[in-house]
Write a protein that binds this ligand. Sequence first.
Ligand code: ADP
Ligand code: MG
Length: 627
Amino acid sequence: MPAESQSPTTHTFKAEVKQLLHILAHSLYRERDIFLRELISNASDALTRMQFEILTNRDVLDPDAELAIHIETPETTGDEPKKLVIKDSGIGMTRDELEQNLGTIAQSGAREFISRIGSGQLDPGDMIGQFGVGFYSVFMIADEVRVVSRSYHRDAAPVAWISDGGDQYRIEPADKTDRGTEIHITLKPDAAEFAQAWKLRQVIKKHSAFVRFPIYIGAERANQQTSLWRKNPSEVSTEDYINFYKQLTLDFEEPLATIHFSSDAPVNVRALLFIPAHREKNILSTRREPGLLLYSHNVLIQEYSTELLPKWLSFIDGVVDSEDLPLNVSRETVQNNTIMRGLAKTIRGRVLREFKNISENDTAKYEKFWDEYGRAFREAIATDLEAQEQVLPLLRYVSSGSDGKLVSLDEYIKQMPEGQQDIYYVLGDDLKSVANSPHLDPFRARDLQVLYWVDPLDALLAPQMNEYQGKKFRNVDDAELDLPESKPEEKSDAETETPEYDFNVLLSRVTTILGDRVVDVRASKVLQDSPVRLVSPQNDPERERGRLSRYFDKNYQVPKKIIELNRSHPLIHDLAQKLRDDPNSELVDLTIEQLYDSALVQEGLHPNPAEMLPRIQKLMTLAVSNK
Ligand code: ADP
Ligand code: MG
């Protein structure tokens, strides 16, 4: 052992740790008993890592030691401060690891969060109580902390880490013969209650009841180690589910839904799954990676199992237990296991069924769910062919006739009037702009509803949305749409109908001005309230994706469309008249340019609407001066 690593050394905490310690020391927390949850959760992590290590490596210190957590409250006398010790037989830490783990904050998200609190941008009062604050939370109740640890590596020396929560900590050699970590806490006088067994038991019951390893207070067990997922759902209370979820994830919100089921065929499985209330986890959550806890015969065999659910369902948290899986499986065998495939199929089916259940029985909850996870469903359509059939009925959109409410495809089909063959959708950037889309004119005239597809992913998915219940999905900008007969009111009013000759002159002027920016200029058969619209030429492969590339392609080219003019619109009527009266009118040319640009904006295809401003100003000048 080199001499340096045996002598005591003094270190300064990293800046963000100092900030955190400062906050912890100077704020009042109602919930400071969470320190125990944090220390127990660290002990449990260290035990889990040890458990996995032993599966493949018996050459460790104390290979047969019980994997457990021991809490002791050493006797003290008179005025002596009260003490508390938390011990585990986990993986332990070497000198370097102590310095690395208990001198810095590893997670960049947490670091960022703390430095924002430190600089006053965030209010710790609001935030910190909701998050776990890790090991350092011990300084809410400690005047001094001494961590004594011995790594599982046989040749590692025991070391101690000592701090009073100030700017510095010390590392020095220690005496410890067995494997694991001990946290020796000198309690603050106002935290003396944590030296009492009943108090500790109460806190463990509240925050750590589902820890997988035995927790002893003195000689007595303090947790039941119940495997909630192995119980019959009728024996489990809602409160148990919520507590289990919170302890599993450290999420401070209740889950949106709980899915608890078991089955024996085709595979044996017991599962307890949760849909979190929010997609974004809090930054200090314990479940940082997606994946489920995978057990076999009640023994944890994988901590983040990602093979059990398709990627788009990775927001689901929980536990899966199967007696069909061999106990000593390695990561590779888990991956290529037919039982795993059977499990995955069962779980996915069950989860999708639950979504369907919620959608049919609890609209309010389903809307919350859709709001949070609608993106995931779009991802499913794009990436998971197998899921399409099950996912399509779960989709929800606002439609032109739904008054802002979400409708399902089934509801849409149900209200279709006789003669409507297809499901119509309009793509756009947001609900407001699609509601004003000129493409809706003919649909309004016929009382046909159109689904609003306004998520950027909708455009990407459109080519894959072929049909539902035998009805084809059709984009309303399709030039060749074959709509049912319209109501008679559609016939235009003779007063605004542009004379044919004048209209043709206008069409050729538009052709000259727009040149090859458009593929055709023609009269519209369907427009009512709008002067012009852009429609897609048939078989244009880029028609849906074009609008997306505007977001990420710096060489974005405006796609070429067909421009249709509404012969009965007053603006077109007056424009044609103006052109007849003054064939060199600048106002006419500017107006044609502006009509085209406005239509591009309307379609969500304009590369940079600000470019229109000089022209708009010129048009305003001409309008105001009445020339
Ligand atoms: P987190 O648990 O979120 O990583 P903590 O602040 O709680 O953050 O702990 C920091 C690190 O210290 C842990 O990641 C772990 O590496 C180490 N550590 C803490 N307690 C123990 C322990 N009882 N045994 C082994 N390592 C520990
Ligand atoms: Mg921790």
